[in-house]
Design a protein around this ligand. Sequence first.
Ligand SMILES: [Zn+2]
Length: 346
Amino acid sequence: MSTLIIYAPATGHHKPGHPEGRHRLADLLPFLEGQGVLADVMHLAEPHQASLADLRRVHSEGLIELVRRVSQHGGGMLDHGDTYATAVSYELASLAVGGCLTAVDAIMTGRAVNGFALVRPPGHHAETSSISGFCLFNNVAAAARYAQANYGVKRVMIMDFDVHHGNGTQDIFFQDESVLFASTHLFLPRMFYPGTGGVSEVGIGSGRGFTLNVPLLPHVGDAGYGRLFQEVIWPKAKAFAPELILVSAGYDAHWQDPLAMAGLSLTGYAHIVRALVTMAQKLCHGRILFVLEGGYQIDALFYGILNTLYALLDQDKICDPLGSMPQAETDVTELLHLLKERHLIY
Ligand SMILES: [Zn+2]
């Protein structure tokens, strides 16, 4: 199997004490090297910077200008919350987008079957014209639009398993029937960021039915996630018949993550990732690109990425030194019923 890795750790995009900093990826390659997985990967490709045209497919001129201006002035805050830029963030955020586009090129031309864009800063909270949640440019959305514009891909599925709702990606494709956006996320309005992503948010206009939100209560854990993927996400994906699958891969649904409490273990994550790789093999010639989003507990992040690479390489290995959540798992039967009713899955 040929698997491509893009590595863009954005060490210059950093704010001391901020959870989304350079420490997230700085030591990843030596870790993967130590696990012996890098030798099996096709190659590490150098990312290139995305062009303005690439950014304009998903963002307003105002958003792009804001990032450029704040960077040019030496950095500062981009929203009223936690999203910062440094003097080099415009360049590095463009590189994160460009890395995803490089990976799309490799997959769509057959040079790689699948890949993982290990990039920062993350992107799934960046809306068409609004920035939030540590995200500058929407990497995965730009990759979907790029595949459509350059390779004539008609249907792209974006699966977002970051523990936070991918409100940015939803916003960009809410009216669009050519992109199926599916998201599993913790949903506690007014208590947990960003507060969007309820079952009733299914898209509008011709995009109605092409947004699938799976809002979770705390501590769903491995079995619940497994059932949701099997009984809701799989049939929805099969009916959509994507030509390419992109994954917003956030590892903050791990039970040890300091920002959330979704209750997944590394083993649970590995099963989800395998289900997605199998889905790509059955539906779209194996074409799947993982794009890194969140993940703030470094062991969960690193082993989560390692297990994802095992799945992409079709290797039957799972590494889980962190074990399972100590709490009992929350039952998802009622949620499954609601989702099936809303999305006409029988
Ligand atoms: Zn997240």
